[in-house]
Design a protein around this ligand. Sequence first.
Ligand SMILES: [Zn+2]
Length: 449
Amino acid sequence: MEKNEIHWDEIIEEATKILSQYIQIDTTNPPGNEIEGALFLKEILKKEGFDSVILESEKGRGNIVARYKGDGSLAPLLLLHHIDVVPAEEDKWLHPPLSGKVQDGEIWGRGAFDCKYFGVIELMVLCLLKRSGFKSRRDIILLATGDEEAGGRCGVEWMVKNHFDLIRADFVINEGGVAGFCLENKNLYLCQTAEKGVCWVRLVFRGVPGHASMPDGNNCISDMAGAIQKIGNYRSRLQKSPVTTRFIEGLARKMDFIEEREAAGLFDETSSFKILDMIPEKGLKTLLNTMLRNTFVPAVAHGGKKTNVIPSECYCEIDCRMLPGEDPESIIKELKGILGGHTDFEIEILGSSSPTESRLPNVLYSTIEMCTKKQDPVATVIPFISSGATDSRFFREKGVAAYGFAPLKIEEPLSSHLEKMHGHNERISIKNLAYGIELLYDIVREFCR
Ligand SMILES: [Zn+2]
């Protein structure tokens, strides 16, 4: 079915209703209870004639897989989204976060953006293909999982470990991209082709306890404060990677605020910050800064119980994000380097995940780029490294090309859009939902025909 043969009004109405209902299902993680979301999707899929299978990693932690059969002449494509959402502070919202309220052309609720809308778009695309009897050369797999917001242990990680045969694909489209935003009359869409690794570290400082009225210069709290300050002021070295280079070249080629010659200076310690300051969009500037280097951010400080007691121990926790090519070992080494003068401390790794990357060029990426430009003539798609982790990493670790792409066009500045993620009053416009279905439909059809 060509795009102009589809009754879009009806499709959008249908999608709006599904998203509103999907939001009303409480899949707040913890505890997740994604089974309810999976059953909801299963029911819709069944009505459309799809067999689907629900797999529970633990009681209530549902994951669901459905498949649109192709002729097998090309490798499968997997459409991924997560069912769980983060908790919401209800009293700070204008409409209850689980209301799914539709008002003034917007659908409200937790998950409207992250990322139930994406699941609904994927679902609608699959339904449209089925209804039109589309002849696909690839199997198209729909996978909705739990636990993304808490690391994916009960979701994609578990599925990849235990049921990879059901979800084996060469290509994945997932959340994680940055929706098209306007800059200098062009719309910039950021496609996530890589993500930074995470390393959470606890630093434990020890000293001799004593009465606070009798200081002798030995105080682990002061030691820790000095260390936190050093980490807070530290800037890791600039690192060049193929994605960052492509990102910067893409910006320089398309945008007027920066020349290609100047852009190269972003990798130079003396000029980097001056050039970053030339970027007129705050969100883009912050994002690019995180793509250029590892980051070390003190986030927790804990120590002492009573004002007149010098404690024997205290600790702080550091959120470290590492670029592709780094690992926890190199991060610890760098951290030790920052804390050169400090001696009485121990380092404990609380958790880590590796950085991952899907290299370019890639046929799926090119299709995303081509279809986006077709739908939005002033679109520019550029690849980026996200500093946050998504479920794509589990597929990338298996050698699958996974891309995070948001088929949307936002009208607000990027920085305020990014602030809304996991924030209050999450919502999506029906116009954007429609835009997303149309764009993803085009991408999937183009890629699978
Ligand atoms: Zn998400």
